[in-house]
Design a protein around this ligand. Structure first.
Ligand SMILES: Nc1nc2c(ncn2[C@@H]2O[C@H](COP(=O)(O)OP(=O)(O)OP(=O)(O)O)[C@@H](O)[C@H]2O)c(=O)[nH]1
Ligand SMILES: [Mg+2]
Length: 488
């Protein structure tokens, strides 16, 4: 009989396992079930692939917990009101002309990547959105990304000719982190269509994919800088909307101030609503820790296979990985079992992406707090991706930005995924395991490594007990009707 126990718990703990509360063993013996989604308040749509705490969940949720989770009506209404907004980008079809400005030399030249890979990622972002397509692509060499109109005069003219001459282009996606509002306005005037930057497109994807209230509120928070920049561009509009101009005091100025105040108020209310949801989530986290299941956070670049891996490790049929960037926006938790039958909770997280404005990551940092609360971080990497090293750097720098405890950062276990696409791949170093989450290759070795790492991180030990078949201890386990069958 093998079991993982916390240091100091010893055999007495094992014996105590015979009298464990009825509810716990149901979970222990049924680790495949998704056990919780950190949803943003009751009533929100369910996170993809994540089950939720709820009635009928094998009865292991106490009434006290249900009471604590019950949302206040006023809070619910406030959240609903904050979420009732038209999307920043119009719904429906977009036929996009994709322009990738390539800095050829100098300090602005990105390292460790190539224009074609960056174009491929930008295309993947577009294809992530239903009924969006790329009509044409142009890689345009530029000297410096900081010029007012990004391109030189001649290049801009050639681009304008090309865009205006392309059939059915409804928007231009300029693959840069952010475009300043005056630049956007001038380029739109030249090209006759809307111009989106990376921030706007990613934000739109987030908006389309966010399911829980917390994720949706975080998107609403991340949208505020864009709404603010739109405000400024409204001032002095020739159609008189917003009135006045930048230079003349009058109704326009007053209206701008009112709108700024409304946005400030909106930001304050979103932050307050998020704080309330966060408090609930932390409470759930504390309750989960009281149940004493080690927590393993699964992080990585978007589309590297985090969700697929969790599905493979837990056998959770409800999880549906998709070949899309940012498919997972809601942090969800799923129970799985390690070789010693220790139950662990895998936390599926939002994927990272390079070149994203800090404010966007910051808006999602609340959900990433769960990572800081975990016992172990596993970093899933797509080894088949040509930019796998660059992706690794992006993830590690984002993790450092989350100010995680040093002990968590130092013990990150790297999982080299999609090795079915890389023939004869062997990882180097003791902290990496090669797997194919899709084909189920390398999972046993991974589980063994996970168990070692979890034991080290939590101070648990695996005890092997010899029990005589006719002994009193075995009668105790059997007599408990399986209730003491697993202990972690
Ligand atoms: N060939 C191969 N494909 C894989 C493997 N693991 C995942 N995939 C595919 O990669 C795509 C993305 O998988 P997900 O599990 O959704 O990736 P993710 O990291 O959760 O993505 P986001 O939630 O969008 O950040 C899906 O099409 C998977 O089928 C693997 O081991 N081999
Ligand atoms: Mg995912």
């Amino acid at each position: 009989m093998r079991a993982a126990v916390r240091r100091g718990a010893g055999i007495s703990r094992v014996v105590r396992g015979c009298g464990a509360p009825k509810a716990a063993p149901l979970l222990l013996s049924c680790p495949k079930r998704t056990i919780a989604a950190f949803r943003g308040g009751a009533g929100g749509p369910e996170g993809r692939g994540g089950g939720r705490w709820g009635p009928g969940a094998n009865g292991w949720r106490s009434q006290a917990e249900e009471k604590q989770e019950e949302p206040e009506d006023a809070e619910e209404e406030e959240e609903e009101e904050l979420l009732r907004r038209d999307p920043l980008l119009p719904a429906g079809t977009q036929r996009v002309f994709l322009i990738h400005p390539e800095v050829k030399w100098g300090p602005g030249k990105p390292q460790g990547t190539r224009a074609e890979w960056q174009v491929a990622e930008a295309q993947a972002l577009v294809h992530t959105l239903d009924s969006w397509s790329v009509v044409d692509t142009a890689v345009v060499p530029i000297k410096t990304p900081d010029r007012r109109l990004i391109f030189g005069k001649g290049t801009l003219e050639r681009l304008t000719e090309k865009i205006r001459g392309s059939q059915g282009v409804s928007a231009v996606f300029l693959n840069v982190e952010r475009i300043a509002t005056p630049t956007k306005t001038e380029l739109e005037a030249a090209w006759g269509v809307q111009v989106f930057d990376r921030f706007t497109v990613v934000l739109h994807i987030f908006r389309c994919n966010a399911r829980t209230k917390e994720a949706r509120l975080q998107v609403a928070l991340a949208e505020l800088p864009l709404l603010r920049s739109h405000l400024k561009s409204d001032v002095g509009r020739p159609d008189g909307r917003g009135g006045g101009s930048r230079y003349i005091m009058g109704p326009g100025e007053a209206s701008l101030q009112v709108q700024q105040r409304l946005l400030k108020d909106r930001e304050r209310r979103i932050r307050r609503a998020l704080e309330t949801l966060r408090a609930k989530r932390l409470l759930l986290g504390r309750q989960r820790r009281r149940r004493e299941f080690p927590v393993v956070s699964v992080v990585g670049y978007t589309n590297c296979g985090k969700t697929t891996l969790i599905k493979a490790l837990t056998g959770d049929a409800a999880i549906q990985p998709r070949d899309r960037l940012f498919a997972t926006l809601d942090v969800t938790a799923h129970a799985g079992s390690l070789p010693s039958r220790m139950t662990v909770i895998y936390v599926d997280t939002v994927g990272f992406l390079s070149q994203l404005p800090h404010s966007l990551i910051e808006s999602f940092s609340a959900t990433l707090e769960d990572v800081a609360q975990s016992d172990l971080i596993v970093h899933v990497r797509d080894l088949s991706h040509p930019e796998t090293e660059l992706q690794k750097d992006s993830v590690l720098s984002a993790l450092r930005g989350l100010r995680l405890p040093a002990v968590l950062l130092d013990s990150v276990l790297e999982i080299h995924n999609k090795v079915d696409l890389v023939p004869r791949y062997r990882p180097v170093g003791p902290h990496a395991v090669a797997v194919s989450a899709l084909l189920g290759l390398g999972l046993e070795e991974l589980k063994a490594k996970l168990e070692d790492a979890v034991l080290r991180a939590t101070g648990r030990r695996v005890l092997t007990l010899r029990v005589r078949l006719a002994g009193a201890q075995l009668r105790c386990v059997a007599g408990a009707g399986g209730r003491g069958g697993g202990f972690a």
